[in-house]
Every structure is written in C-alpha cells, then in structure tokens.
Design a protein around this ligand. Structure first.
Ligand SMILES: Cc1cc2nc3c(=O)[nH]c(=O)nc-3n(C[C@H](O)[C@H](O)[C@H](O)COP(=O)(O)OP(=O)(O)OC[C@H]3O[C@@H](n4cnc5c(N)ncnc54)[C@H](O)[C@@H]3O)c2cc1C
Length: 494
C-alpha cells in the first residue's frame, strides 16, 4: 500500500486549483478536488454561450505579487493579452471618467455649481475629518468629501450591497479601494500625463487606479481550465458535480469528508490527511457534524453574502456613440466596463466583452455585453424567470439610452450565488469562527468565500500558496494565511 498522503480540496475555483497545483509541484501530497458544479473556475469561470463568452464580473489579471504574475504567465505563456483599462461612470445620462478626473469634460457634465459644492465639501473634510470611521459612508466622506461621495459613490455602492452605506463596515472600503484618496487620484492623473508606468505590474500605482492588466484571450476560465488540465496530467484528481456535504472532526483534526455526487442516491465518506476549503465559511461550519459550540454556529449562521446576476446581450449596435479619440473595432465605445450610477434603474454595471478580448465574441460585427445586477438569492430579481428578467434588463438599458431594443439579437441570464462576502451581518463576530477553525491543524481555509474576505484571484491564490508552504515548513499557525490582503488593515490599526 502506498504511504502517499492525500488532500481533499473543496472547490475548483482559483484558490482550490492553485492549492492542488502547488501541492503537486512542491510536495508528495496528492490533491483530490471536489467541485459541486459542472464547471472549472468558480466565480472566475468563463461561460460559453453559443460561441460568445461571458466573464462573470470582468476579471482583470494583475497583481502586486511577482510570484502570481509569473505563475499566470507560466500557465498561459502565449495566450495572455495586455489590455489598457478604460472604465467610466454613467450618470446624468453622460459618461464620466473613472477614476473621476477634474477635466473640462467633468466640469461641463456636472456643471459649475456642483463642482463648487464638491470642492467646498472636500476642503471641509480635509480640515475637519471624521475621527472614528464607523461606517463605509464615513470612509468615503473622509477621502472624497460628502458631495463627491453623494454624486459618485453612494448609489452604486448601495446597489452592490443592497443596504445603506452607513450600515456597512469601513473595512470594505479599505479592502476595495485601499489607499485611494482624491489627492492620490489627482496626483496619479497628473503623473500619468508626464510619465507612463508601462510595466503591467504597476507597483507604484494604487490598485483602484491600475491602468493595464493581463487577460486570457478566452476569458478567465481559460486560465483555470488550463490549470485543471495540468493538475490532471500530474496525477491530481478533479471530480465535478461532487458536493462536500459533511465534515467530521476528532482531536483537533478533520478526519472525514462526506461527498455527494449529483446523481448518486447516497453520499460517500473519504478519509484523507489534509483539507483545503474554499466553500463559504458559513456552509463549512454548517457541514461540521460534531463539536461546534452554539456561539460558533450562531456567528457563522449570521454571515451574509450578496449574489449576482448577469444578462448577456448580443447586439447589432449600441445607441451610445464613441466620442473619444480611442480607435475601436466598429467604433464602439472603448470601455471595458461602465458603472451605472443612474438612480432610476437597478442595473449596476455593464461589461463590453469585445473590449476585454475580441476572441470573446463569435461574430466581430456584433456587440456582446454583460449587464450586472446585484441581488440576494431568492429575492424578487433572482426569482424572475429568465425571460422576464432579460426583458426587464433590456428595458432598463433602453430607458437610459445605451441601446435600442430592436438591436437585441440574443440574450442569456446567468445567476451566480455568493459573489460578495459581506462586511456586515455577523461579520464583527467572525473572529469567533476564525479562532474555532484555526485550531484544526490539517484544515486550511483559503480563497474568497473560504475566508469570508474580499479577495481577488491573486489574493485567493496567495492564501493557497501560503497554506501549502505551511505544510512543507511544518508551520502550525494559520496567521500568515489570514495576513494575505490585509496590509491596509494593519496600517489602519497602527
Ligand atoms: C463581480 C466580480 C468581479 C471580480 N473581478 C475580479 C478581477 O477583476 N480580478 C480578480 O483577480 N478577481 C476578481 N474577482 C474575484 C474573483 O472572482 C475571486 O477572487 C476568485 O474567483 C475566488 O476564488 P476562490 O477559489 O476562492 O472561490 P470561487 O471562485 O468562489 O470558487 C469556489 C468553488 O467552490 C465550489 N464549492 C462551494 N461549495 C462547495 C462544496 N460544498 N463542495 C464542492 N464545491 C464547492 C464552488 O462551486 C466554486 O466553484 C471578482 C469577483 C466578482 C464577484
């Protein structure tokens, strides 16, 4: 009998696949991945609809970690495009630069009165900042002033989370836009006129201002499907349509996983040496069959997630015209995505997949876009039939003047649960859950929902890499895994 150790990895998203890849490359541990859906890539998958590809979310491949950048290049050496980012804000039926820049276009779009008010409220907050940032609203106001917050941040953010900004913890801002402030945004705009940070890593640029990124020709799923192929070639196992429904613990170790194949009547039980989990923390705790205190269960059950729906629309043309100097195929507007700040529609964001990669679109003479809606699983939007939801989305887009309804050639609706782990609900009790799971020596929580943290692909991958290194170096503490993507939190604490 072989004495090779094995690891169960829950989930075939970026974190789970990275863990498997690293185990195969650096250890003698055999990874076995269970993925409950039929797809590879998790939130970072690409959906192929009749030859047109949808990226759920629009995944930029960039990282301040050289290790991650190199890792991606190694996997797809000849398939990564370098893209120049353009994303704007649609507000007052006009397009504004994002990050908002103080140019003639902005002044004319907003009007002198509003600009004056923005300047005044920004000066005020510089002189009298809010001392203890208790909410996301305080976070935004401290960095941008109240008027700019009300104009450009409040409505979009409330669409994303479905609750008021003053009920959201400030950590989300710290994770999402890190060190960005208006002075940094303006400084960045001025600097970029005189010197171009031409490297794709852009180490000296705030994450929110990154101007260039890599992108697989066929969308993010291409990266993760390729990683899955390598894993299988190197001897790892990947089981799709297999859901981990139960875990058993004994003596500070996870000893068993209960796995159910979609069509099977009965689940099976697996005993291995290590467990990596990218499943939502809430569900992980619910799946633990023994030894969980009421306090831990209560804290985990109170974790909240925000869900996501995308409507893919194939169009003959857009109504909105390209008024920039940027040359594009068929002269469509050059944006990768557009934030929809308009208050009279529920639409949150619009992706133009042609501008992410022309290879995402089957017929280059058509326009392939994704309309993004933030919602809660089971709410009114989520429960609409595909047909009525697509109709609703088309009407919204026509209402704000971006398309004419008769230019729609085809449509598809995609639902993606648990896209955003929320920093409200029982989040302030998360430490109770973390202390509990950290005591299991052979259990590693990694990734985005796996750690209930707003992790991008690179952070999700780094948590997996760190966990594998801890096994190699026999490091018992999980502290360095939790420390990934928290630099600014530590700065704030200092
Ligand atoms: C709108 C949006 C935009 C984004 N944009 C970017 C971007 O520009 N750049 C970037 O780098 N990142 C971006 N991200 C983040 C990126 O999607 C995530 O960081 C990444 O997908 C997280 O990887 P993961 O493996 O931790 O989790 P996931 O991608 O969620 O994968 C987890 C997998 O586990 C499976 N699973 C769950 N429970 C079980 C179970 N019980 N048994 C078996 N399988 C299970 C799920 O089906 C899923 O496939 C974006 C995310 C969103 C929502």
């Amino acid at each position: 009998m072989s004495d090779q150790k094995t690891a169960i990895i829950i989930g075939a998203g970026p974190a789970g696949l990275t863990a498997a890849y690293e185990l195969l490359n650096k250890t003698n541990i055999k990874p076995i991945i269970y993925e409950m859906t039929e797809d590879i890539g998790g939130i970072s998958k690409t959906i192929n609809y009749k030859g047109n590809r949808i990226d759920i979310g629009g995944h930029r491949f960039f990282s301040k970690s050289d290790r991650v950048m190199q890792w991606w290049r190694n996997i797809l050496p000849s398939q990564m495009l370098i893209r120049t980012r353009l994303s704007r804000i649609f507000f007052l039926r006009k397009l504004f630069n994002y990050p908002v820049s103080l140019n003639l276009n902005t002044v004319l779009n907003l009007g002198f009165m509003r600009i004056f008010k923005i300047g005044l409220s920004y000066t005020k907050i510089r002189l009298f900042p809010i001392k203890n940032e208790g909410s996301l609203e305080d976070f935004f106001i401290n960095r941008f002033g109240k008027e700019l917050y009300l104009t450009f941040f409040k409505d979009y953010t409330e669409k994303v989370w479905g609750i008021s900004c003053n009920k959201i913890r400030p950590e989300w801002g710290r994770q999402r836009i890190k060190g960005l402030s208006i002075s940094k945004a303006i400084l960045h705009a001025v600097k970029s006129v005189f010197s171009k940070d031409s490297s794709v890593t852009q180490k000296n640029t705030e994450t929110s201002l990154i101007g260039q990124f890599m992108y697989p020709k066929l969308g993010p799923g291409q990266m993760w499907e390729q990683v899955a192929e390598v894993i299988k070639k190197k001897g790892g196992e990947i089981y799709l349509n297999h859901k981990v429904i139960g875990l058993k613990q004994h003596d500070n170790k996870i000893v068993e996983a209960v796995v159910k194949e979609k069509t099977a009547n009965e689940p099976t039980t697996k005993t291995v040496d290590y467990f990596f989990s990218t499943m939502p923390v809430k569900e992980l705790i619910q799946s633990l069959q023994n030894g969980v205190s009421q306090e831990v269960r209560h804290a985990a059950n109170g974790l909240i997630y925000r869900d996501f729906m995308t409507v893919g629309l194939l169009l003959r043309k857009l109504k909105i015209k390209n008024k920039t100097r940027i040359k594009t195929i068929n002269n469509i507007i050059p944006d990768n995505w557009i934030y929809i700040q308009e208050r009279d529609v529920e639409l949150g964001r619009l992706q133009i997949f042609n501008n992410w990669s022309p290879y995402m679109v089957k017929d280059k003479n058509t326009i392939w876009i994704g309309l993004e809606y933030f919602c809660n699983e089971g709410d009114e939007l989520w429960n609409k039939t595909d047909e009525s939801f697509a109709e609703f989305a088309i009407n919204e887009l026509a209402k704000i003047g971006i398309i004419e309804k008769e230019d729609v050639l085809d449509k598809v609706v995609i639902r993606m649960p648990k896209t955003y782990p929320a920093y409200f609900g029982a989040y302030d009790q998360f430490h109770v859950v973390r202390d509990f799971v950290d005591k299991f020596e052979n259990l590693f929580l990694i990734g985005r929902n796996g750690m209930h943290r707003y992790n991008n692909q690179d952070h999700s991958m780094l948590t997996a890499m760190t966990a594998v290194e801890n096994i190699i170096n026999n490091i018992k503490s999980k502290h360095n895994i939790w420390a990934v993507n928290t630099e600014d939190e530590y700065h704030e604490e200092k």
